[in-house]
Design a binder for this molecule. Structure first.
Ligand code: UD1
Length: 433
């Protein structure tokens, strides 16, 4: 029961609202551990990764409950300090709980973090910043144990920019003694949302959004209560869906000013958009131009998470496009599946050259990770005929209702409905093999 069936070839039209951001919600949930009481995240996405983080908080002793899309976390008794490998292995973001556990209880132990298979994904920068703040860390075969007498602020410079390690440093430093200066920080909007949330709880943080973040440690934090911002990657994915099918869509609550690099590319390929009364109205019907060269970069550059969704657009545009993936070294698995649909893409290491405009035909393809999986759904929407995207479990890690949203826009996208569906997959396989 892990597949999506898509009937392609129909331009998307209509209006859709954007769910809360996964990458903002997860560190905000970790931050909630720093208050010994109830915090609430409003408009929290009900996605698999959030549920996994919720279960981890419960394992630590928190009580959690939902009221519609508002997630309540009572961390009064969340004083356990071990996260079992079964959770940590499921989700990479679990690693940032190490900083929060150290801040709260001066120790923490977790299995090695998992996550999407998009490259090596080391955690050296996470451990570096914790050590710099005074933690002793033992790296065992399957678990990492961290402890400290007290965390002490310091002047710490990252050797390269990392979203997660920056968040780790912030979470550990807010309750540390003295002042911390984190240099060469990542600047992604989700880091700013984390800092806004922590400031609303009483933390003293300045400079987020820039390279250098200053944190003055405080004794304790008050309860958190904040709206999770709209998900910029989901917004970009839906804009790509409309672009790949040459449709026109309106986003009801687009992220503000967080999609600029993407929208610049969208305009260059011939898409048009305007922001009116808080809505983003996008017209992809006239898209015609390939992208001669595009690199993924740290924020404010083009986001790596939209590289695969954009690929699903580029394969529909006649001409040569070229992408260089600079953040993760193994992020073209979905592109190889698009080739099975008829796309002409050549991969050499971190570079992909796309010869767009060849007919795409529906077939059975395999998602292996979150954003790539969503991109395959978009490619299927642009293809002729019926496609089956296997591996819905990856997609629902980050998309709350991708099928419903795309259906509301006029696509035909359905989750596995049982036997008939599997029979169709078998049939489709026989036809494509
Ligand atoms: C976050 C996002 C993810 C996004 C990525 C880049 C979350 C939950 N996930 O992931 O969706 O694709 O930012 O925008 O917010 N690195 C190291 N050592 C480390 C940590 C990272 O070498 O200790 C490397 C990574 O392998 C990668 C690069 O730094 O090549 C960037 O990774 P990072 O910014 O840390 O991404 P995540 O926080 O894992």
């Amino acid at each position: 029961m892990d597949d999506i069936r898509i009937v392609g070839g129909r331009p998307l039209h209509g209006t859709v609202s954007i769910q809360g951001s996964k990458n903002a919600a997860l560190p905000m949930m970790a931050a909630s551990l720093l208050h010994r009481g109830v915090s609430v995240l409003k408009g929290c996405p009900r996605i698999a990764d959030v549920f996994c983080m919720e279960e981890i908080l419960q394992e630590l002793g928190a009580q959690t409950w939902w009221e519609d899309h508002d997630l309540y976390m009572d961390c009064t008794q969340a004083d356990k300090t071990t996260i079992s490998g079964v959770y940590a292995g499921k989700m990479r973001s679990s690693v940032i709980l190490l900083g929060a556990m150290l801040g709260r209880n001066k120790k923490g132990c977790l299995g090695y973090p998992g996550g999407c298979v998009i490259g090596e994904r080391p955690i050296d920068l996470h451990l570096f910043v914790l050590r710099e703040l005074g933690a002793e860390i033992e790296e065992g075969n399957s678990v990492i144990s961290a402890s400290c007498a007290a965390l002490e602020g310091g002047d710490i410079s990252f050797s390269r920019k990392s979203v997660g390690a920056t968040e780790q440093g912030i979470l550990a430093a807010v309750l540390a003694r003295g002042e911390t200066c984190l240099r060469n920080c990542a600047r992604e909007p989700e880091i700013q949302w984390l800092c806004r949330y922590l400031r609303s709880m009483g933390a003293r943080i300045e400079g987020d959004g820039g390279d250098c973040i200053r944190i003055r440690g405080v004794e304790g934090l008050d309860s958190g209560n904040m709206q999770v911002p709209p998900d910029r990657i989901v917004a970009g994915t839906y804009l790509c869906a409309a672009a790949a099918t040459r449709g026109k869509i309106t986003l009801l609550n687009p992220p503000e000013g967080e999609l600029d690099a993407f929208l610049e590319v969208y305009r260059k390929i011939g898409g048009q958009y305007k922001v009116k009364s808080g809505k983003l109205i996008a017209d992809g019907s006239g898209i015609y131009s390939p992208v001669p060269f595009l690199e993924t970069e740290v924020y404010p550059g083009f986001p790596t998470d939209l590289q695969s969704p954009l690929m699903a657009v580029l394969i529909t545009i006649p001409g040569e496009s070229y992408i260089r993936e600079k953040i993760f070294e193994d992020r073209y698995k979905a592109a190889l599946e698009m080739v099975r649909m008829g796309a002409h893409i050549r991969i050499r290491g971190t570079d992909a050259s796309v010869s767009g405009g060849y007919p795409l035909r529906g077939c059975t393809v395999e998602a292996e990770e979150l954003r790539g999986g969503a991109a395959l759904v978009l490619a299927a929407l642009a293809a002729d005929g019926v496609s089956y995207v296997r591996g819905y479990k990856y997609i629902r890690r980050g998309y709350e209702h991708i099928c419903e949203d795309l259906n509301a826009l006029g696509g035909i996208v359905e989750k596995d409905t049982g036997t008939r569906f599997y029979e169709n997959i078998q049939l489709q396989k026989e036809l494509t093999n």
